[in-house]
Design a protein around this ligand. Sequence first.
Ligand code: SAH
Ligand code: F3S
Length: 442
Amino acid sequence: MNNNKKKFYIKTWGCQMNEYDSLIISNMLKKKKYIFTKIFYEADILILNTCSIREKAQEKLFHQLGRWKEIKNKNKNIIIAVGGCVANQEGKKILKRAKFIDVIFGTQTLHRLPEMIEKKIKKNKFIIDISFPKIEKFKNIIQPMYKNYSASISIMEGCNKYCSFCIVPYTRGKEISRPFYDIIKEISLLSENGIREIQLLGQNVNSYKYIDKNNIKYTFAKLLNDIALIPKIKRIKFITSNPMDFTDDIIEMYSKIPKIVSFLHLPIQSGSNKILKLMKRPYSIQKYKNIIQKLRIARPNIQISSDFIVGFPGETQLDFEKTMKIISEINFDMSFSFIYSSRPGTPASKLKDNISIFEKKNRLKILQKQIKIQTLNWSKKMINSTQKILVENIFDKKNNQFLGKTENNRTVIFYSQKNVIGKIIKVKIINKNKKFLEGQCI
Ligand code: SAH
Ligand code: F3S
């Protein structure tokens, strides 16, 4: 079988981790001489990388597969592969409603996909592998995700926390951390190739824990410390953290390492202790506030963003008001906020859902409106301040205008005589318009 002319198309749903996974798939297939295409109707292999965190993931999947079925009806040689969280969750059951599928692969077996596709081509038999082989994925795929001068790399995967609403522990498996020196080596290499900003990825990056052969324990704080020692890396970001393992040694790094950005995404989910308990989030609002207080001592200008779930079973108007109160108290800069979505097999799915969809939507709207005001206020506050930006690109060539990103993800446009792409420079923010901030080189 000659793969040379086979084209593949990938559709990706979900988080950064899924995007990262799709990139890995894409790189692996390219290595095997398959050709990447952005046009689904010219592909020989259609790959769907699914997400099941919210919504009616199964319905969305079958809807998409329905469309691909028509393509397959016209050309029987087309291979359809389904992977990601829904594949792990549903496994072979997917076949019941979509017999025409050729390959099902899991979140921890995606590195085996090229092999599975080849097997399918040779033997013309349905192939499934959604197992959780320990660490194998990290050993097989170490490919970062690039964006200009920034690269994202996965440092840990999976989750052992079992928050009552969340499907991730079931679809991504147990927490596995990548070997410490593999990460450091890879980031050093990236820095030699021009990368200046590194974004560490994982379901719970701050729970990173690696024990080597000599029983030496490596923590997330140590990882931050050693990445910062790589001279050409100028900026360190990470996502996602949780309040459960946001320990003092990590907070300390904010005073010690200026390369860590003054922006942290720390999901709180709710402002009510009662709801947090039902969610099985083992912290109180006071504990969360203590973390933020310590962070602000270590890094006075730090901005915090968060995740919220509204309409969790049992959430009263008073509980929701407590969430609104914490939003203004912490003065969150941004948020990802969602209506609670019952996930099959999770403990929360057994709780009585006693809030109307009207009320849930209303709460979400109120919450998002408040956050939007706060985002705007934070941006306004930046006017006249000095910001360190990573220059990503040219904005307007004729007028020597460049585009860069602040530590808190704002886009800044500014004028420079010199080409400063790929550099971290200081600008003074002089204005704010609808889409971006305007700056002046210092
Ligand atoms: N590990 C992170 C969160 C990862 S999941 C943490 O501990 O906070 C990403 C976000 O999706 C969660 O923070 C939560 O806000 C949202 N989410 C997860 N399951 C959900 C569900 N069943 N319904 C609505 N939102 C959910
Ligand atoms: Fe989900 Fe809680 Fe883990 S939100 S990813 S089970 S920390």
